[in-house]
Each structure stands twice: as structure tokens, then as C-alpha cells.
Design a protein around this ligand. Structure first.
Ligand SMILES: NC(=O)c1ccc[n+]([C@@H]2O[C@H](COP(=O)([O-])OP(=O)(O)OC[C@H]3O[C@@H](n4cnc5c(N)ncnc54)[C@H](O)[C@@H]3O)[C@@H](O)[C@H]2O)c1
Length: 386
């Protein structure tokens, strides 16, 4: 099998648990090198992963002719700069979200995309989540206007102080702003946001009267699943809980479905026992991370659903079943988005990932929403990138 050679710049918490494992396990990639300024992190990766070298200087990776794709996993203050340098060094680039901190940075990235042949993908992985791909296909035939409601809420636990002053709508909400544009295949014409730096109520209005409403932030409970989507249109409705449980109403011959969790963990049980099982097991496993919860000052409880007790699983078996997973995640398309990008590199195809333009638009939308919140009014939106 052909393999794309990968170099990572920044391999901290998220990259260690996701993209590094995908690059290690998926066959169409080979990890050549990791650059990180944290030497402990480098030592750990060098001990645990098959790779050629590690370095504290990412420039070594940019000069390395054997590296095809650079994966950028630093926090977002460095994303735009590292993307530009990597594209200018002749690489294909996969960068975690958000792509840029403001419109000036976004424009500079777009310029770099134009002057280089290498492709850029932004880690808006929900475009690859099986439940959302299914949803997108399903709603194509439905008459507009479409109304969406989306909740993306999760308490702060464990986030570093880096995020204290960062607008949540930029570093987290852009995931969903991109999802909205992808589901509609067009951009909103008016936007509105209220709330504060951390918690927001967002409204995106489309030219045909469709709306996408988003509640996002750091409120809620760890014992509650993070994401929920509802779709309503004439005589049609869909409801998706955590990308696992999908209820489909109004389509003749279409029925509710369940999607397997990330890496097919406990797939059989989830498909057999349904979303209550997923919800209870997920919460139970977080509940058992006592040190983490104590450190974050988070209260957790056992989730108990009527009719499901005792839980039909043995937690001890689960703990040992996959050493790469501490808890239980929905399949948000992380692995598929990276495997697809590597595959496109190997076969010279145009990737379906969120592009530089999509990355720029999501930052631009976040900026427009922050502006609308500051002014206390809904504002017209026209992208300078499309
Ligand atoms: N797609 C998703 O679902 C998802 C989920 C979580 C996080 N993320 C994104 O992943 C990125 C990383 O988040 P994280 O929580 O893992 O952060 P982290 O702080 O744990 O990791 C960042 C790493 O970058 C390294 N780094 C910093 N400056 C560097 C430099 N100049 N050269 C090389 N390495 C450098 C740090 O030492 C650290 O190891 C963020 O952009 C975040 O938004 C995406």
C-alpha cells in the first residue's frame, strides 16, 4: 500500500489521542517526524510510536524532502503562520481548527494557498461524521426553508489558561459554523449573536428564509452529552444526539438509526441497547476519572435512565479493551477526515475536507458574530473570501 509520509508540528493532548493514532494505524500514512517544543512530549512519543526522529525545531520538518504532509496541532495562535510556512515549503497541510485568529490572518493563508500547489485541509471533522453525512444526503430532497437548532455545550474542565480570554465562538464554535455552511452549501446573509465571551446564542439567516440556531459554550454538565442537532422542514424532522442516535421522521421508508462510537468502541452493545446505554456508559467512564474531575472541580453523578438498570455491561472489561481510549467518544469523523486527506495526496485527488477558503469563512463568520454581539444588533454578512 502506498503511504503518505507525515510530519507533526505540535503533538499535545488532542493530537496524541487522535491524529497520531490514525497516522500510526491506518495504513495509508507513515509518521516520519514530530516537532514539539515540549521535550517530555517528544520523549513519550519517541518511546511509543514508530517514527524516524523528533525535534524541538519544526523548521527541520519543513526542510525534510521526505515529508509529504504536515499536520499542525499547536494551539490556534500559531496556526496561520505555520500553515503559510508549510505551504511555502511545498507541503500539503492538515491544520487543526480554527484556521486563523482574525480576517487578516485568514487572508494571508488564502494568499499562501493561491501561490502554492499543496492542498490545505482544516480539521472541521464533523463534515466526515457518519451521522452528519447521512443527514446531508437525506435533506437534499426537502423543500426549504430549513430550520436547524444545534447545542454544543460542555464545561471547561481541563482547558488551559490559554483559552481564558479567547472567544469560545472562534476556537470551538467555528466547528459548527463550518458545519452549517457545509449542510446548506451556501453562506448566511445575516448573522446575530448575544451572550458573552464564553456562552452564546447564535442565529444564522439564509437568503431563502432558512435559519441555523446555535447555543454554544461552557455551561451544562459533564454528565450530559455535548452535542445535539435538530432539523425541521415542511413535514420532515431529524434529531441527532451526539452523532450516535438519529431519529428520522417524515421520510417514507427511512427509519431511525444508531451510529457506532469512535473506533467502533462498544459498537455491538450500542447498536443493541441504544442511546441510553451509550449515555450511561459514557457518563460512568467519565465519573471514574476521579483525579481529572477533582482537578477541574467538576461534580459528576451516575446517570440512571428508567428501565435500563442494572447496566448490561462490565465496566472492568471495557477499561481494558482499548488502551488508546480513556473514555467513550462519538464518531465525529476525526479519523475519516485525515485518512481521506492522505488518500487524496497519494492519488492526486481534490480533498473534500474543509479548504483554506472554508477555514477563512468560519473565522470571518466568528468575527462577524462577535461584531454583532458588540453592537447588540444583527448584521449583514457577505464574505470577502467567496
Ligand atoms: N478537531 C477537534 O475535535 C479538536 C479537539 C480538541 C482540540 N482540537 C485542536 O487541536 C489543537 C491542539 O489542542 P490541544 O488541546 O492538543 O493543545 P495542547 O496544548 O495540548 O497541544 C499543543 C502542542 O503544541 C506544542 N507547541 C507549541 N508551540 C510549538 C512550536 N512552536 N513548535 C512545535 N510545537 C509547539 C505544545 O508544546 C503542545 O504539545 C488546537 O488547535 C485545538 O483547537 C481539535
Amino acid at each position: 500500500m502506498k503511504q503518505a509520509t507525515i510530519g507533526f508540528i505540535g503533538a499535545g493532548g488532542f493530537i496524541s489521542g487522535y491524529h497520531l493514532l490514525s497516522a500510526r494505524d491506518c495504513g495509508n500514512m507513515r509518521i516520519r517526524a514530530i516537532a514539539d517544543i515540549n521535550e517530555e512530549t517528544l520523549k513519550r512519543h519517541q518511546q511509543n510510536l514508530p517514527l524516524d526522529y523528533v525535534t524541538t525545531d519544526y523548521h527541520e520538518l519543513l526542510k525534510d524532502e521526505k515529508i509529504d504532509i504536515i499536520i499542525i496541532g499547536t494551539k490556534h495562535d500559531l496556526h496561520a503562520r505555520l500553515i503559510i510556512e508549510s505551504l511555502d515549503a511545498g507541503k500539503w497541510v492538515f491544520c487543526e481548527k480554527p484556521m486563523a485568529q482574525n480576517n487578516t490572518e485568514a487572508l494571508a493563508v488564502i494568499e499562501a494557498c493561491k501561490r502554492n500547489p499543496g492542498k490545505l485541509a482544516i480539521g472541521f471533522n464533523r463534515r466526515f461524521a457518519p451521522a452528519y453525512r447521512d443527514l446531508k444526503k437525506l435533506i437534499q430532497s426537502v423543500k426549504k426553508p430549513w430550520y436547524f437548532y444545534y447545542r454544543q455545550m460542555c464545561p471547561y474542565g481541563g482547558k488551559s489558561s490559554f483559552y481564558n480570554d479567547q472567544p469560545h465562538i472562534l476556537y470551538e464554535g467555528t466547528h459548527i459554523l463550518d458545519l452549517a455552511c457545509w449542510l446548506f452549501d451556501e453562506l448566511p446573509v445575516r448573522v446575530n449573536m448575544s451572550g458573552d465571551n464564553n456562552n452564546n446564542s447564535v442565529n444564522l439567516e439564509f437568503s431563502d428564509g432558512s435559519q441555523f440556531m446555535l447555543m454554544c459554550g461552557v455551561l451544562g454538565s459533564y454528565a450530559y452529552w455535548k452535542e445535539h442537532l435538530e432539523f425541521c422542514a415542511e413535514n420532515h424532522a431529524v434529531n441527532i444526539s451526539d452523532m450516535v442516535d438519529m431519529r428520522v421522521r417524515g421520510w417514507k421508508g427511512e427509519y431511525d438509526r444508531l451510529f457506532s462510537p469512535y473506533l467502533d468502541e462498544k459498537k455491538e452493545e450500542v447498536l443493541k441497547y441504544g442511546f441510553d446505554f451509550y449515555d450511561c456508559l459514557r457518563s460512568e467512564l467519565i465519573y471514574r476519572q476521579t483525579d481529572f474531575l477533582k482537578q477541574c472541580g467538576i461534580e459528576m453523578e451516575h446517570v440512571r435512565r428508567p428501565g435500563t438498570m442494572p447496566l448490561p455491561y462490565n465496566i472492568d472489561d471495557y477499561d481494558k479493551s482499548n488502551p488508546d481510549l480513556q473514555i467513550f467518544f462519538p464518531d465525529k469523523g476525526w479519523r475519516q477526515s485525515l485518512v481521506h486527506f492522505a488518500d487524496c495526496f497519494l492519488n492526486g485527488r481534490e480533498p473534500e475536507n474543509a479548504s483554506g477558503t472554508d477555514g477563512a469563512i468560519s473565522t470571518e463568520l466568528a468575527m462577524a458574530l462577535l461584531d454583532s454581539m458588540k453592537k447588540g444588533q444583527r448584521t449583514e454578512f457577505r464574505s470577502e473570501f467567496k
